[in-house]
Design a protein around this ligand. Structure first.
Ligand SMILES: [Zn+2]
Ligand SMILES: [Zn+2]
Ligand SMILES: [Zn+2]
Length: 133
């Protein structure tokens, strides 16, 4: 569990009820704003999508949440307190799964073949999940 209160207060933010509720509904499974909104609705918590989006953007800036964008699809958000990993997404139903890769060779090659000081990367895989095969 991240010390989210400390992270917020170190940046001058307060832990408000909406922030608390949104944080409580974040997971290690990537979710879209619409999915988080649905979860909140089921819990009878009223937070509009704009507020959810804004809060998630703040969380991303604070390093609490990681944002991933798949192709032209919408952004998904998951907790950032986990090991570096990648995603595979179903082209048909949009299901997302985490995958861990041994990517030492790839990362070394990227560093070697570029003039940049590389800090991070995103790598996504696409296909069909078990249900959609
Ligand atoms: Zn990676
Ligand atoms: Zn699928
Ligand atoms: Zn993930």
């Amino acid at each position: 569990m991240i010390l989210i209160k400390e992270k917020l207060s170190s940046q001058g933010y307060r832990m408000t009820k909406p922030r608390q509720a949104i944080f409580a509904n974040l997971d290690h499974e990537p979710q879209s704003v619409a999915e988080i909104s649905d979860r909140l609705k089921k819990q009878k918590i009223k937070i509009d999508k704009v507020t959810i989006y804004r809060t998630l953007t703040q969380f991303v800036k604070l390093g609490i949440v990681e944002e991933t964008q798949f192709k032209d699809k919408i952004s998904v958000y998951e907790l950032a307190d986990q090991e570096h990993h990648h995603h595979v997404i179903c082209d048909n139903c949009g299901k997302i799964e985490d995958i861990c890769l041994d990517e030492k060779i790839l990362v070394a090659a990227a560093k070697k073949n570029s003039s940049f000081k590389i800090k991070s990367h995103h790598l996504e895989f696409f296909g069909l999940c078990k249900k959609c095969c």
